[in-house]
Design a protein around this ligand. Sequence first.
Ligand code: FE2
Length: 260
Amino acid sequence: MTDFDLDRFAVIADVHGNADALAAVLADIDALGLRSIFNLGDHVSGPMAPRETLELTMARAGMVSIRGNHDRWVAAGGENMNPSDRFAREDLTDAQLAWLTALPATRRVGDVFACHGTPRDDLEYWLETVTPAGDVAFRGLAGIARAALGVDAGLALCAHTHLPRRVDLPDGRVIVNPGSVGCPGYEDVEPFPHVVQTGTPLASYAVAERRGEAWATSFRQVPYDPARMAGIARAAGREGWARAVATGWLRGAPLSPSAR
Ligand SMILES: [Fe+2]
């Protein structure tokens, strides 16, 4: 950990087994000369390349990883796994499952706190809220600050909603969600049925850089060829995953090039 650069690092999350998106992001991180990475989990779960994803992840030096809710479910196994978790569990090696099982839910390194959802709950959206109508909206200060109670780090990192966003609390603490490396669209039923779609297939992550007492952040969207990953999803009968990974849109047929 002495090697970890706490003044300048990448923040990645929600790879969801998309090994080609992860490879593109790691190459982009290398091109920027960054040697340190926080990885906020949901490494696997998704009908793409979970084993390859963990090969890349576990081999990467300078990466601090935590687990996401799907990693927790994949590690636990059992009859009630959803198809994406089951796909991952069946593809992983015993050593990879052991690595996944050992991941902590949160980490504190220096002045940086990392979690998947919120500090206390890997299923809670920190910066967004879901309305009964199914709209995913900015959560607003009261709810965001309430979820931040007890976090004494200057910079808090979260993920889970796949939506890149930075929020500065009035007390100076900063919360950053880097978006999703490998899954630009998904649907969920809790707390109300809703769809998240970023509207771009590019791989999303963030860079944080200390400037005195402040944090400079930048959000990056990295192009890569999603054809192989979308093809695996389609072959597994997961057309929604294939469409989201290929286009960034889960719902609604995107315009074909000839219709532009
Ligand atoms: Fe998640």
